[in-house]
Design a protein around this ligand. Sequence first.
Ligand SMILES: [Zn+2]
Length: 131
Amino acid sequence: MNTNHSKKLNMQLVELREYLDLHSDDDIKNAIAKDDFAGLLHLPASAREALADSPDLCTDIWWYTEIRSERDLDDFPCVHIAYAMSPKLNRVIKSSNGVFAIQYDDARTEGIVIACCPWCAKPLNTGALLD
Ligand SMILES: [Zn+2]
């Protein structure tokens, strides 16, 4: 595997944020709908190749666009957890003492602790962080 290929495969939303944050939510969603990341968002070739190889990255970008005005992605393990904890996904995941859980009861008092992100499999802390 050559270096360029590794770099392309490893491109993630975190690396695209600097380009995305130059554009409005509508511009980004329009680019996704029209599949035009070169003309509308001026993404570099490496980012466009990553998008072509990994369609899930479009979902990540869409979710990021949905929450970026109200959430700081750096406060969450990944964009999926940030989105799932937002009103956009009815706060289906909650966090308590650094442990993430899927809420399943109407009262929102019960949850199933998750050890990794259901969308990208990023490992999550499962032991309470008490400080
Ligand atoms: Zn994730």
